[in-house]
Design a protein around this ligand. Structure first.
Ligand SMILES: [Fe+2]
Length: 164
């Protein structure tokens, strides 16, 4: 098992992800389930390879998997999902067992990325936060979205063509 698998298998991660799936069942706009999280992880990692940023693959994947973990709490009680996400991600990362646990500095980097991934919020320091914010946006296939006309994103923000 990798450190990323340990996050995926964490009971709190699974509970939050299942809750998001339930709450977004009828959502017309972008969803935030596992497919999105993996899209962000893979797009971010490809970008990292192309740019040669000095980031660890498991750290990039963990940040991507956790960046929207606060969504259910936002839907339930209105807490901004970056704020809730930072707290929930800290609980998950802090309770992974033994050698599956990310180092304190890696945990801090991941939490900064979770807290800073929303577009329009000032980007905190660190390459990872900017990478996840970029991948979160770039991974959305607006060009194929049935809800495109009523989405809150402006035409300039939408990905109206496939990025190659
Ligand atoms: Fe996202």
């Amino acid at each position: 098992m990798s450190r990323v698998d340990a996050v995926l298998a964490h009971p709190r991660f699974m509970r939050e992800l299942n809750r998001v799936r339930e709450l977004e069942r009828d959502r017309r706009f972008c969803r935030h389930g596992l497919s999105h999280l993996l899209d962000v992880a893979r797009v971010a990692w490809i970008r990292r390879l192309e740019d040669g940023l000095g980031l660890d693959r498991e750290v990039v994947y963990a940040a991507a998997l956790l960046h929207d973990i606060g969504r259910a709490e936002q839907y339930d009680v209105g807490t901004p999902h970056d704020v809730a996400g930072e707290r929930i991600a800290a609980e998950i990362l802090g309770t992974v067992e033994g050698e599956m646990r990310f180092s304190p500095s890696e945990q801090a980097e991941i939490l900064t990325a979770v807290r800073g991934h929303r577009r329009g919020t000032p980007q905190p320091e660190g390459e990872l936060a900017g990478l996840i914010a970029w991948a979160d946006h770039a991974s959305r296939p607006c060009f194929a979205c049935a809800a495109r006309a009523t989405c809150k994103w402006t035409d300039e923000e939408k990905n109206l063509q496939l990025r190659v």
